[in-house]
Design a protein around this ligand. Structure first.
Ligand code: GTP
Ligand code: MG
Length: 202
């Protein structure tokens, strides 16, 4: 299930502009700064295929990466970062909901959640919306290498993941698959690629 070939294809600002050749695609979704672009780079074993930044809001378009000439990894703009929160949030919602509901090639949404901090309300909103709309998805917990000192009530990644799963459980008929990852140590890379390979060939 390893990636031998990865190529940036295009950036799109609307679903209608996305590539139309029908390859199955897997979309990385999550809060700004959660590590979507870093995960792309970790999966394809390149430092800079997807542009990353310490500042949230780096990715602004739908970016398609063609993998092994047979499927797409899609890097989406992050949610939850805004100078004018309401307006941008509404825009993000319209844009990505259109993508989730109308993109026929979409096989599975990979919802990234930062495991180094307690889940934010907007993560819970996104997870419950996907569950209620029965969009096929998996949880990908990021930054599992970060283990803050246990003072000030900080929790370990495992504890944050446990809390999050309790909060969203009721919105899913079945608990979606979940994978712990780190783009620093490449934890979870093989597991995630195996998961994608299995879904792609069902
Ligand atoms: P937007 O494009 O703004 O939506 O952000 P993004 O989700 O693509 O995040 P990006 O990959 O640009 O990473 C944001 C920051 O988090 C960068 O400073 C990364 O180095 C850091 N980061 C990403 N993944 C990890 C991880 O697994 N562990 C650690 N420690 N830091 C990470
Ligand atoms: Mg990004």
């Amino acid at each position: 299930a390893q990636i031998e070939q990865a190529e940036f294809i295009k950036s799109s600002s609307r679903v209608e502009e996305c590539p139309m050749n029908g390859y199955p695609e897997f979309a990385l979704v999550g809060r700004s700064n959660v590590g979507k672009s870093s995960l792309v780079n970790s999966l394809v074993r390149r430092k800079q295929l997807a542009m990353t930044s310490k500042k949230p809001g780096k990715t602004q378009l739908i970016n398609h990466f063609l993998i092994n000439n047979s499927w797409y990894l899609v890097d989406l703009p992050g949610y939850g970062y805004a100078i004018a929160p309401r307006a941008v949030r509404t825009e993000w919602n319209a844009f990505t909901k259109d993508y989730f509901l109308n993109r026929k090639a979409l096989v599975c949404v990979l919802l990234l959640i930062d495991a180094s901090i307690p889940a934010k309300e907007i993560d819970i909103e996104c997870a419950t919306w996907l569950g209620q709309n029965q969009i096929p998805m998996a949880f990908v917990f990021t930054k599992c290498d970060k283990r803050k000192k246990r003072k000030n009530g900080n929790k370990r990644p495992e504890e944050n993941i446990y809390d999050f799963q309790n909060l969203i459980r009721e919105f899913y008929q079945e608990t979606p698959p979940w994978i712990m990852t780190s783009s620093v140590t490449n934890q979870g890379r093989d597991e995630l690629l195996l998961h994608i390979a299995q879904l792609k060939n069902y």
